[in-house]
Each structure stands twice: as structure tokens, then as C-alpha cells.
Design a protein around this ligand. Structure first.
Ligand SMILES: [Fe+2]
Length: 184
């Protein structure tokens, strides 16, 4: 039987336009080309991280073994859905201001800061602590992107980020409280 080897992309996918919006995809905006580029460059890594953290949270939802199985299984599912819901909102913000956004899994891999975990087994407390760190990092990265939006007067993207920062901090809170009890 033939075996297939999965390979990680070795380089960032290169677009033919060097990351600039193709003429056919241009969208009128009063923010200007420089703002459009800076905001897109700030938001696209957040979208990549949302994809990666969605998968990591689902990974833990699927591969959990714990005496608190129901609690953690349901919490991870709720968190993954909340993270997933941010993706389309952010990607469409990038398009609305004339930028381009995520095109492939390889594109996600090239931009993500979330660390994949392909271990065969992860202890539940390690899952909680890992997700705490990832969500903390996500909130910090969203705050930096918010600054870029502020600098470019993009109040709409900033407004969404404020909600997503709150949701991310809520996830961190719940994960932290779960980790405080004697997780086995
Ligand atoms: Fe499920």
C-alpha cells in the first residue's frame, strides 16, 4: 500500500502581486491605500491564529481524557466556536477596507503564532495551561492590531477587536479557574 507523507510548507506562499490587492479586487475606501495595507498586515495574522487556535481547541475537545471530561469537553467546544466566529468578521473587515486576506492552509501556517500540538496524548492540566497562554497571546496581539486600527482611524475594525479581546479574556478566565482545581 502506498504511503503518503504530509509535508509542511517550507516557505510563505507568494502572491503574484506581492501582497498588494489585485485591481479586480479593489474596494473603494476613504481610509487610503497605506491604511488599507497596514490594517490588513495587522489583521491577517490574527485570522491565521484564529484558525490555528480553533483547531488546537478542537484537538483538545476531541482528545481529552479527564475526570472532568464533560466540563472541559463542553468548555473547549464553546471556546472553539467563539474563536471560529471571529474569522469571517475579521476577514471581511480586511476586504471592506480594500485588502486581501487568508487564501489557504499554507497561508495560515505562514502567519500563525499559535504553536500546533501534535502530541499523541496531552494531560488535561497541560491542555488548560497551553490554552491559557495561547489566549493570553491572542489578546495581546489583538491589542497591538487595535493600535494599528486607531492610528489609521479604522474605528469599525477596532470596535470588533474590542469585543474579541473581551471574549478572549473571558476564555482565559474560565480556563484559568478550571486549572486552579486539582486537574488530573
Ligand atoms: Fe464535538
Amino acid at each position: 500500500m502506498a504511503t503518503t507523507t504530509l509535508q509542511k510548507p517550507t516557505e510563505t506562499p507568494k502572491s503574484k502581486t506581492g501582497g498588494k490587492t489585485p485591481r479586480q479586487l479593489s474596494v473603494p475606501t476613504d481610509l487610503g491605500a497605506k491604511a488599507s495595507q497596514e490594517i490588513s498586515d495587522a489583521i491577517n495574522p490574527l485570522i491565521a491564529d484564529a484558525f490555528a487556535l480553533y483547531i488546537k481547541t478542537k484537538n483538545y475537545h476531541w482528545h481529552l481524557a479527564s475526570s472532568h471530561f464533560r466540563d472541559y469537553h463542553l468548555m473547549f467546544d464553546e471556546h472553539s466556536e467563539q474563536i471560529f466566529a471571529t474569522i469571517d468578521v475579521l476577514a471581511e473587515r480586511v476586504r471592506k477596507i480594500g485588502g486581501t486576506t487568508i487564501r489557504s492552509v499554507g497561508h495560515v501556517a505562514s502567519l500563525q503564532t499559535v504553536k500546533d500540538n501534535d502530541e499523541d496524548f496531552v494531560a488535561p492540566l497541560d491542555m488548560l495551561n497551553d490554552l491559557i497562554e495561547e489566549n493570553k497571546n491572542m489578546a495581546a496581539n489583538m491589542r497591538k492590531a487595535h493600535d494599528v486600527c486607531d492610528d489609521n482611524k479604522d474605528v469599525a475594525t477596532a470596535s470588533f477587536l474590542e469585543v474579541f479581546i473581551d471574549e478572549t479574556e473571558r476564555r482565559t478566565w474560565f480556563l484559568y479557574e478550571a486549572a486552579q482545581r486539582d486537574a488530573d
